[in-house]
Ligand binder design. Structure first.
Ligand SMILES: NC(=O)c1ccc[n+]([C@@H]2O[C@H](COP(=O)([O-])OP(=O)(O)OC[C@H]3O[C@@H](n4cnc5c(N)ncnc54)[C@H](O)[C@@H]3O)[C@@H](O)[C@H]2O)c1
Length: 319
């Protein structure tokens, strides 16, 4: 297969390209990424893939580049996005341009060339769950985004659903819970905690730190996307989670303990406006229909992640 991956120099996209080219030795990937502050083309292990991989610095809103690339590909997988909620609160415009208009641009070309499309979306489109409940998001949960980032992702999903319904495009969507692993930007909770702790710098914690996130190791998300591409039903959405709901403060304490660092590094700061308190996902549909299941146990994956940032502190040096 010839894949077009957009946003493949960022966290999840780069892990996906490494995963896919390692697994499917005959496949070819073109990666179009605009190289925002969150990206690093070195995250893809290019030298191992030789003639099976090509990187193009470009924007998903560039109609000419996208037309040429989509026309030549079998499957298009879109990871490209502005991804940090805090930045979207400061300024929503770049999020609307990349996360919404960018998807519109891709959709028009998918429709024109009748290509298979998969959109990487997020559980944040569903909003927030009560802290003390067993309620979970599933594929039938109504969208209820609570910040500009999740609103642009929700808008894109809605647009895709409308194109599936109106033009019969061959598209699928996956909404995944919080990912962690190698190549994530330092602005996000787990890499920030690891890198600050290694440098003996304060670790900022929003509000009381009791917010719950549902964590999945990035490779398990990649295998889920792989299953949707190969076995997913066209027009469907799939939710992925490894059922690891953990309080932010507990993750920070676990990392500090693993690194033998003192909890006095923790610094409570003002909460994010409109902060979602809890995400929890029911991945039953993906497990039953796709026979997908996560491979990694949270603690083992956290150790792999901590070791990665210890060894590659320089990859994050300018971030
Ligand atoms: N990180 C998570 O926990 C998580 C969870 C669920 C879903 N997602 C979704 O997964 C996708 C990837 O997230 P990530 O965490 O890897 O983010 P990231 O910020 O690390 O990577 C995003 C990449 O997209 C690129 N990009 C941004 N705008 C672009 C544009 N207009 N044209 C081309 N490239 C552009 C960036 O340069 C960057 O390399 C996003 O769509 C995000 O919504 C992330």
């Amino acid at each position: 297969m010839k894949l077009l991956v957009t946003g493949g120099a960022g966290f999840i996209g780069s892990n996906f390209i490494n995963y896919w080219l390692n697994k499917y030795k005959e496949d070819y990937i073109i990666n179009i990424d605009r190289l925002t502050y969150a990206a690093n083309p070195e995250y893809v292990k290019q030298k191992y893939f030789e003639k099976r991989y090509k990187f193009i610095k470009g924007d998903i809103n560039d109609k000419e580049l996208m037309e040429k690339s989509i026309k030549d590909s079998d499957v298009i997988i879109n990871f490209a996005a502005e991804s940090h909620v805090d930045n979207s609160i400061k300024s929503a415009e770049p999020f609307i341009i990349s996360n919404y208009y960018g998807v519109y641009n891709i959709l028009e070309l998918i429709r024109k060339y009748d290509k298979r499309f998969h959109q990487i979306s997020t559980d944040e489109v569903f909003g927030s769950l009560p802290l003390h409940s067993n309620e979970l998001f599933d594929e039938n949960t109504k969208y209820n985004p609570k910040n500009p980032y999740s609103a642009t992702k929700a808008g894109a999903d809605m647009l895709i659903r409308s194109y599936i319904n109106t033009y019969n495009i061959k598209a699928t969507i996956s909404n995944c819970s919080n990912n962690f692993g190698p190549n994530q930007h330092k602005e996000k909770l787990i890499p920030k905690t690891i890198l600050n702790a290694l440098n003996n710098e304060k670790i900022p914690v929003y509000g009381n730190g009791l917010q719950i996130r549902d964590w999945i190791y990035v490779e398990d998300h990649c295998s889920g996307i792989d299953d949707v591409i190969h076995k997913g039903n066209i027009g469907n959405s799939y939710l992925f989670s490894a059922r690891n709901e953990i309080k932010n403060i507990d993750i920070i304490k676990r990392i500090l303990k693993t690194l033998n660092k003192d909890e006095s590094l923790i610094s409570y700061v003002n909460d994010r406006p409109g902060h979602d308190v809890r995400y929890g996902i029911n991945p039953d549909k993906a497990m039953k229909e796709l026979n997908w299941k996560p491979k990694y146990n949270f603690d083992d994956a956290l150790k792999i992640t901590i070791n990665h940032y210890k060894k590659n502190m320089n990859l994050n040096k300018d971030l």
